[in-house]
Design a protein around this ligand. Structure first.
Ligand SMILES: Cc1cc2nc3c(=O)[nH]c(=O)nc-3n(C[C@H](O)[C@H](O)[C@H](O)COP(=O)(O)OP(=O)(O)OC[C@H]3O[C@@H](n4cnc5c(N)ncnc54)[C@H](O)[C@@H]3O)c2cc1C
Length: 494
């Protein structure tokens, strides 16, 4: 089978679907290629057991860690990619995240463009992904040319009380920037199965419902599901075609321009497997980052947590400076954790005890910046598997943020704090593996995600991040996709 289009986009997650949306708006016909299928609307969408214990929507695929040990990666091969299960927390990066910043354990490098360059596209991405938020509460918030398109999600009673306790303990809690369809006449019912789950109501701002489907309704965008791209074929300094497999049959994809949005690890892996193309810098796969993250559960035996939609609050007081001149990171509520979810890591603790804890705990993610390091990298092993080499860096900042967070939570009345550090399998914030920059010697793509080496190849996913910041990545990927469509020659296909 041969498929043809002006632009072929591989991947329907945040990068791919948002690029398709932008191109459709510009009147360009594109083909979105997705290796997975649509997620069915079914009871499993909202079942913690199916999702967290049986890992229903995870692929039957293993990657190798640096010791060659297999693990199940934090990826989802479905229409919408990882955004189908993501937590929809959609903050902007801060102005300084685009500049060189000194951390205790190294340098967070400058991006080839500034916050001001991407700011208008943050506005468009917030509109597209229905971001609800508030200004004037977060001491680190960057300037914005337009207000949030929708007001912040109100805290439930328990979280309002928590906010008061946190303030009394000395930090400044603020509303989370959240992408859900809660606006008037919206579909969101504020249920407890958002973060980590698939939304049965299409009310979570995933890339399928917010970008891909509207793009397809223009008639400009076609979607080919269950087609896995396996090779990029280059001739005379340009991509000539892609090869893939659908239902066991070989498929050839021919386009004028090509966008790879497979996710940071898979895009790098495909380039490496295709003969190490677009890699004159030697940086494809290098500088793999995934944040230094940990989940914590703060437990108060005296107080039941009756919250349903928990993810409405953050505090970022130590984002720029944790007190000793170095940035630390952010602390953000996550969706309410159920006992059965705790069981996946606290395997030896009886479910009854976990339920007792879950009923009286509130859960956060503690997020630090990861720093780019050449030795942290994606490689293809001898038997063709993806292998991730990673040693966590900037861990002293993580420890310090954890120490300060625990202190504030204890002061707020919590008696115990349980910590679950993220391991290599929790690499959902993967980025950095096809870094953007202006010097072809030190980067894989330019500031518009076009590869320095191949004139008709663009890489639009988390891979282009020169640094990881300490904020959730998806809104920045979406904003950059819209910026690339607007500013680059990607849409010049005639
Ligand atoms: C549980 C969870 C919670 C998260 N919460 C948040 C959050 O609250 N906020 C936030 O900002 N981020 C969050 N993230 C991260 C966020 O989802 C990602 O940063 C974002 O989706 C990355 O976009 P992407 O385009 O790089 O990749 P993806 O969205 O993963 O898309 C990649 C796509 O490429 C497809 N693909 C891969 N290989 C091939 C191939 N060979 N051929 C064809 N198609 C292919 C995949 O199937 C997938 O659809 C979360 C992630 C997870 C897993």
């Amino acid at each position: 089978m041969i498929l043809e289009a002006s632009v072929a986009i591989v991947g329907s997650g945040m990068g791919g679907a948002t690029t398709a949306y932008g191109l459709a708006e510009a009147g360009i016909d594109c083909l979105v290629i997705e290796r997975g299928d649509f997620v069915k609307k079914e009871d499993a969408n909202w079942s913690a057991r199916e999702i967290f214990v049986n890992q229903k929507y995870k692929p039957d695929e293993k990657w190798l860690d640096e010791k060659g040990k297999e693990f199940t990666p934090g990826v989802h091969y479905i229409v919408g990619g990882n955004t189908k299960v993501y937590g929809s927390s959609l903050p902007r990066f801060r102005e300084s995240d685009f500049l060189e910043v000194k951390h205790k354990e190294g340098i967070s490098p400058a991006w080839p463009f500034t916050y001001q360059d991407i700011e208008p596209y943050y506005c468009s991405a917030e509109e597209l992904y229905k971001v609800h938020g508030a200004t004037g509460e977060d001491p680190t918030e960057p300037p914005r040319s337009k207000p949030f398109p929708y007001p912040a999600l109100a805290h439930e009673r328990y979280i309002s009380k928590l906010a008061e306790k946190l303030k009394a303990a000395g930090v400044r809690p603020h509303a989370n920037a959240m992408g859900v369809d809660l606006k008037i006449d919206g579909k969101c019912i504020r249920c407890g199965t958002c973060d980590g789950f698939v939304c049965k109501l299409d009310a979570k701002s995933d890339s399928q419902s917010c970008a891909l489907e509207p793009a397809m309704r223009t008639g400009k965008v076609r979607l080919e599901t269950n087609l896995k791209i396996t090779q990029v074929i280059v001739k005379n300094g340009r991509v000539d075609h892609l090869l893939g497999v659908k239902n066991g049959q070989e498929v050839k994809v021919v386009a004028k321009k090509y966008v790879l949005s497979l996710g940071a690890v898979n895009t790098a892996a495909l380039l490496l497997k295709s003969g190490s193309i677009a890699n004159s810098s030697g940086l494809v796969g290098k500088n793999f980052m995934m944040h230094n993250n940990a989940h914590i559960a703060a437990f108060d035996i005296r107080s039941k947590n009756d919250v349903v939609f928990q993810k409405t609050l953050s505090f970022s007081d130590w984002y720029f400076d944790g007190g000793s001149g170095y940035p630390l990171g952010a602390v953000q509520l996550i969706g309410k954790v159920q006992a059965i979810m705790m069981k996946t890591y606290a395997t030896k603790v009886p479910l009854g005890i976990l339920k007792f804890i879950a009923d009286r705990s509130v859960e956060f993610v503690v997020m630090n910046e990861d720093l780019p390091t050449l030795s942290n990298r994606v490689e293809i092993s001898k038997n063709g598997m993806i292998q991730i080499y990673r040693k966590a860096v900037n861990t002293s900042a993580h420890k310090e943020l954890m120490r300060k967070t625990k202190k504030v939570l204890r002061k707020s009345g919590f008696q115990a704090i349980f910590v679950q550090p993220f391991d290599i399998s929790m690499n959902s914030h993967q980025c950095g593996t096809t870094v953007a920059g202006s010097d072809p010697k030190n980067s894989v793509v330019d500031q518009y995600c076009k590869t320095h080496d191949l004139d008709n190849l663009y890489l639009i996913d988390g891979g282009f991040f020169p640094s990881s910041a300490a904020m959730n990545p998806a809104l920045t990927i979406a904003a950059q996709a819209l910026r690339v469509v607007d500013k680059s020659d990607l849409k010049l296909v005639n």
